[in-house]
Design a protein around this ligand. Structure first.
Ligand SMILES: Nc1ncnc2c1ncn2[C@@H]1O[C@H](COP(=O)(O)OP(=O)(O)OP(=O)(O)O)[C@@H](O)[C@H]1O
Length: 384
């Protein structure tokens, strides 16, 4: 089938006030243009996309947040003669692709905006006749196997039969920046993805625990962010890597061994907060999910957040591993995350699972955490 354009629909954006909506729409159009080579028109709550390469466009639109569904379509003029000709050809093309034959129960759905000398029902009935002139298929308005949509908008009419679901959410870049703590694991890339889906620009901070973790962990972080970039057209993710091995060494040497993981996480939040302040981000994001591992007990979640003033958002907090894994598979990060990169050798044999606040504060002082954070912060790569 040769299409003329793709019609994209957005959901939540349409619920905003006129001013906010216009800003969101502009951002969405910008992101669409960054994702595919195309021209774009906005009109009456729809986005009309004229891509240079249709296959690429259909694939990439699936990764542009804010789009709820989209339809490859053909266009014609809003009069009986042109609709008859264009819809007639469209149906013959559908038949040659095996989408309709004499047995296919079909319906026409007509929507109309503007002033015309026909009603939507009259046009739908006319279009039903147009189809049956080419293929004598049965009309079934209650349980159609194929629905052909005819959208009459002023002088233009659009014909399509598919509504491809988009990713939904809000256009990337409409909700401000967040610093996401992204490791090489399964969860944190999913957390970053979900925040992107809510429109947040992401700065992905990786704490490089070398020599306690392998080079492969860093490589996997890089691959994960590259995969997430496919969803970030228009507002690319910024990578930030901090050398965290010295901090961990100080934690292990200066504070009780048991406290290493609590101090590790607490330090990450503090670094993320400093980075957020430097880069104008308004929140920190991590991949915690209550009780998933020993370090993610409610006690530890509370204790590790002590001393951080910025909100720490954990979009996976109530999801279980299977649900998180399902999303990771869908977005293409699971295959990368599941590669065994050797884990972290700084993890003590018996990590603290009930880090009560007093002991955590004591441990932070014992390792001179503030100074260690200052040192680590200086090492953050700022080149991308
Ligand atoms: N090396 C790291 N760099 C940046 N953030 C990290 C790192 N390790 C852990 N985090 C953050 O802390 C959260 C919880 O840490 P935890 O050690 O349980 O994670 P993980 O199992 O290594 O990775 P994930 O939670 O991504 O599967 C992670 O989801 C991530 O947001």
């Amino acid at each position: 089938m040769k299409y003329d354009l793709i019609i994209a629909r957005y959901g939540e954006v349409g619920l905003k006030s006129t001013k906010v909506r216009s800003r969101f729409e502009k951002k969405l159009v910008n992101n669409i243009k960054a994702a595919i080579d195309c021209d774009v028109d906005r009109n009456q709550g729809r986005i009309y996309i004229f891509p240079k390469n249709f296959d690429e466009a259909v694939e990439n639109l699936n990764r542009v947040f804010g789009i709820v569904s989209y339809s490859p379509a053909i266009s014609t003029y809003s009069n009986y003669e042109d609709i008859d000709k264009t819809l007639g050809e469209y149906v013959l093309n559908l038949a040659s692709e095996g989408i309709i034959d004499e047995e296919t129960k079909f319906a026409i759905k007509c929507r109309r905006v503007g002033t015309h000398d026909f009603t939507s029902q009259e046009m739908a009935a006319f279009c039903g006749g147009v189809v049956r002139k080419r293929i004598l298929a049965p009309v079934d308005l209650t349980n159609p196997e194929l629905t052909i949509f005819v959208e009459v908008r002023d002088d233009d009419t659009f014909i399509y039969h598919e509504k491809i679901p988009g990713p939904g959410g809000l256009p990337l870049g409409t909700q401000g920046k967040v610093v996401c703590l992204v490791s090489s694991g399964i969860d944190s890339p999913v957390a970053a993805y979900l925040m992107m889906k809510r429109g947040c620009e992401v700065i992905a901070l990786y704490c490089d625990n070398d020599p306690y973790t392998s080079k492969m962990a860093l490589e996997n972080y890089n691959k994960l962010v590259d995969q997430l970039q496919k969803y970030a057209a228009g507002v690319p993710i910024k990578k930030r890597i901090v050398k965290y091995g010295d901090y961990l060494k100080k934690a292990k040497e200066g504070a009780p061994e048991k406290m290493t993981c609590v101090l590790c996480k607490s330090g990450m939040y503090k670094l993320a907060e400093k980075l957020a302040n430097e880069m104008g981000a308004l929140a920190i994001v991590d991949g915690s999910s209550v009780g998933q591992v020993a370090s993610q007990t409610l006690d530890n979640i509370l204790a590790t957040r002590y001393g951080v003033d910025m909100p720490i958002l954990s979009p996976l907090i109530g999801l279980d591993k299977l649900e998180i894994t399902r999303i990771a598979e869908e977005i293409g990060t699971f295959e990368i995350s599941k590669i065994d990169d050797g884990g972290c050798s700084a993890v003590p044999r018996y990590p603290e699972t009930r880090g009560d606040l007093d002991r955590v504060i004591e441990a932070c002082e014992a390792m001179n955490q503030d100074e260690a954070i200052e040192e680590a912060f200086k090492s953050i790569s700022r080149n991308e």
